[in-house]
Structure formats: C-alpha cells, structure tokens
Design a protein around this ligand. Structure first.
Ligand SMILES: C[S@@+](CC[C@H](N)C(=O)[O-])C[C@H]1O[C@@H](n2cnc3c(N)ncnc32)[C@H](O)[C@@H]1O
Length: 196
C-alpha cells in the first residue's frame, strides 16, 4: 500500500502539468518543493523559518533546479515558470500568489530535528486553506498531511477535519487516507478536489 505522503504525491502528480501554478504551503527541508518543481510547475513555497529556505535552496541547487528567494512581497508577477521560496507564513499566500492555483500541499506540524516550538497552527492553516480554495481551479487539488502527535497537533487536526468536512459536497470532493490499526499517531492525509 502507498504511504500517506506517497498517496499525496500520486494524487497531485495525476493533475499537475508543466507551467501550472502550485503551492508548497510548508516548505521545511524542501522535499515537496523539489517534487513539485520536478513536475515542471511554477512553484510558490512558503515557510516562516529562514533555515527552511536555506535547506530548500541547497536541495534545489544540488538538483540543478533554478530558484529564487523572496523575503518581501513579490512586487511583480513572474512570467516564467520558476520556483519561488517565500519567507512568509502561508496565511499570507494571496499577497504573493495572484494566479489561479492548480494544486497545493501542506505537511503540518514541525520540522524534524529543529525548533519544535515553530509549528503550524490551526488558525493560520485555516486562513491559508480558505485563500487556496478561493484561488483553486476546477479540477485542482489540495493535499494536507496532518501530523498531530505534538503539543497543539490534536487541536489543529480537529480544526482542519471540521473545516474541510464542511465544504459543500456539490462543489468539493473531500476524502481522507490514513491507517486505522497503528498504535501511535500516523499522519492523516486529507485530499480536497474542486468539482466546479
Ligand atoms: C512538517 S514541516 C514541513 C516538511 C516539508 N514539507 C519537507 O518537505 O521537509 C512543517 C513546516 O511548516 C513550517 N511552518 C510553520 N508555520 C508556518 C506558516 N504559518 N506558514 C508556512 N510554514 C509554516 C515550519 O517552519 C516547518 O518547516
């Protein structure tokens, strides 16, 4: 069986085409940013930690992927497909991404082996989801990997599941993928697709 992250990537790869605008809402060490860039998409990746941008920049450089860093608002729209690493919370994504969005991915929680106090939070995650769903194209998808074993994680998990579950069925398909018999707190994948 596919792991949750493999399933998330599979569901995104299924729809992303060259030049599509996509969002990595939680850049971290840049694994998802690289995955999206290698699909030929125009990527906007967000993180609040400078370490994340540095790690991702290195990962992309090592992979030969052109990228640029933004620490302030993008003053112009980018005309060529590119990878844009933005030092900002995903809750401000609509200040940076003006185009219709084809897909997005979140890996909620904290960056392993770094400061565990910097975690995603329910209110900012929901703000970002609200902005994303407003800009998502028909047929677009959002994959949310919910890690919730840490302090505050359960609150965020409950908030995300409640919010996504309330999206109107006629416009949105919302589904989840998670193991049921594991003793710890394996991540839950929530997938959203815009129907019309
Ligand atoms: C689980 S890690 C992401 C892992 C990442 N996808 C990867 O491939 O390595 C969660 C990340 O979310 C970041 N984060 C926390 N709050 C955020 C926010 N409001 N906006 C964007 N990123 C945030 C953390 O700094 C951390 O790097």
């Amino acid at each position: 069986m596919l792991k949750q992250l493999e399933m998330a990537h599979w569901m995104l790869k299924d729809i992303i085409k060259t030049n599509d605008v996509v969002v990595d809402a939680t850049m971290g060490n840049g694994y998802d940013t690289q995955f999206l860039a290698e699909l030929g998409a125009n990527v906007y990746a967000f993180d609040v930690q400078e370490e994340a941008l540095n790690a991702t920049e290195k990962r992309l450089d090592d992979a030969g992927i052109k990228n640029q860093i933004f620490e302030k608002n993008l003053s112009k729209l980018l005309t060529e497909p590119s990878v844009n690493l933005v030092l900002s919370g995903h809750e401000k994504l609509s200040e940076y991404v003006k185009e219709p969005i084809k897909a997005a991915i979140f890996n909620l929680g904290y960056l392993p082996k770094t400061d565990k106090s910097v975690v995603t939070k329910a209110d900012t995650t929901l703000t970002a989801l609200d902005a994303l769903t407003n800009q998502l194209v028909v047929g677009g998808r959002i994959a949310i990997m919910i890690y919730y074993g840490h302090e505050g994680g359960m609150e965020e998990k409950n908030a995300v599941i409640k919010w996504t579950s309330s999206l109107p069925q006629k416009d949105w398909e919302v589904t989840s993928y998670a193991p049921l018999n594991q003793i710890h707190t394996p991540p839950i994948l929530v997938l959203i697709e815009k129907r019309k």
